[in-house]
Design a protein around this ligand. Structure first.
Ligand code: PXP
Length: 243
């Protein structure tokens, strides 16, 4: 099972100050060094985190596959066709949302989805559609010509009582089986954490997981002590210089 590391929230920290650090491209290189199987970034229409230059920069330096999450917006499609990532994952986008709230409604946007899938595939890009684990969305994804589907795991991740979570997990597992039976590659992601990932990772048909927020959140605490130690050292050195 491949792990795609979503580094959007490295850019979220940078954009909070509109400054130059932390650089997503550096995070991409570290993820590559840590044996991530791919880098995932979402170029949102509102550019709240990843910027156009990040996409080009990351694509040009990494040796592992780049998975570009994107909406059906015409300008974003143009950029994707220019960048030519290894894979594009088409997601729904709503400017008011905090994060991608649900899967793409392929049935309701069928003609547009099909035409974007065609353009991307003609350009040599593998196309995945980010959908809820529902049979009719899987059927429409297949009909639209997608190579893969990525199942939105948010309903599973957010389900509170254990019984509800088990039901969501079962829906997910059945959807994975069904998608694979249609010849689609199966990916999953959203809301996966160190606490809830194992049950999803145990689903045989899933070939790729894309995980972001939880990994970036964990890295803050794994790195905070060292970051403070370094700053303390510089302050101390300044004192010695004065003495
Ligand atoms: N997959 C897709 C299609 C997404 O839109 C996102 C969020 O950008 C993720 C995976 C990663 O979700 P999370 O940050 O919750 O791990």
């Amino acid at each position: 099972m491949r792990l795609g590391v979503n580094i959007d929230h490295v850019a979220t920290i940078r954009q909070a100050r509109r400054t130059i650090e932390p650089e997503p491209v550096y995070a991409a290189l570290l993820a590559q060094e840590a044996l991530a199987d791919g880098i995932t970034i979402h170029l949102r229409e509102d550019r709240r985190h990843i910027q156009d230059k990040d996409v080009y920069q990351i694509k040009s330096v990494i040796k592992i596959p780049l998975n570009l999450e994107m909406s059906l917006n015409e300008d974003i499609v143009k950029i994707a066709l220019d960048v030519k990532p290894h894979q594009a994952t088409i997601v729904p986008e709503n400017r008011q949302e905090i994060t991608t709230e649900g899967g793409l409604d392929v049935a309701a946007n069928f003609d547009r989805v099909k035409s974007v899938v065609r353009k991307l595939k003609d350009s040599g890009i593998i196309v995945s559609l980010f959908i809820d684990p529902l049979e009719w969305q899987i059927d429409e994804s297949k009909n639209a010509g997608a190579d893969a589907v990525e199942f939105h795991t948010g309903s599973y991740a957010n389900a509170k009582p254990i019984r509800e979570r088990e039901i969501e997990l079962e829906k997910l597992a059945n959807a994975c089986k069904y998608a694979k039976s249609l010849g689609l590659h199966v990916h999953a992601g959203h809301g996966l954490t160190y606490e809830n990932v194992k049950s999803v990772a145990a689903i045989e048909e899933i070939e790729e997981l894309n995980i972001g927020h939880s990994i970036i959140a964990k890295s803050v605490f794994l790195g905070l002590k060292e970051a403070i130690r370094l700053m303390r050292q510089l302050i101390q050195e300044a004192k010695w210089t004065l003495a």
